[in-house]
Design a protein around this ligand. Structure first.
Ligand SMILES: *[C@@H]1O[C@H](CO)[C@@H](O)[C@H](O)[C@H]1NC(C)=O
Length: 128
């Protein structure tokens, strides 16, 4: 096999792997909550719930006449500063000021001792 063949094969492999990786993150309930008439079809007619979910789509067969397998909505996330001190992931350095931390775009809570005061946000899904 020549070099080009190997290149083409690796591209196919990477695409296949990333598709697999995506399927590991099924849409959340929130992403699948939508007005039935606004559903965007995601699978072929007669697709099973299992096949649909494996394709990363939402399945809901409770309303006739609309797609049962449909595309999830975009996940809406918001940034929050974790309140659990053990969940803090250091974003700065010891002695960092509130201003310096703010410039890094991180959370600043100057207590308690022994944990980072400047720490990263966490992304949580917004309520739907
Ligand atoms: C299916 O869709 C209907 C109509 O939008 C909704 O009321 C119901 O809660 C959905 N079921 C599930 C399991 O999401």
């Amino acid at each position: 096999m020549d070099l080009r063949g190997i290149c083409v094969l690796s591209v196919i492999l990477v695409v296949a792997l990333s598709t697999l990786a995506e399927a590991k993150f099924p849409p959340t309930k929130c992403q699948c909550k939508s007005v039935p008439t606004e559903r965007k079809n995601c699978g072929h007619p007669g697709i099973t719930a299992e096949q649909c979910r494996r394709a990363g789509c939402c399945f809901n067969a409770s309303v006739p006449g609309v797609p049962w397998c449909f595309s999830p909505k975009e996940k809406r996330v918001k940034k929050v500063c974790p309140s659990d001190v053990r969940a803090r992931i250091n974003c700065g350095f010891p002695g960092i000021t509130a201003q310096q931390c703010q410039r890094l775009g991180c959370c600043f809570v100057p207590h308690p001792a022994g944990v980072p005061w400047c720490f990263y946000h966490r992304q949580v899904e917004e309520a739907c």
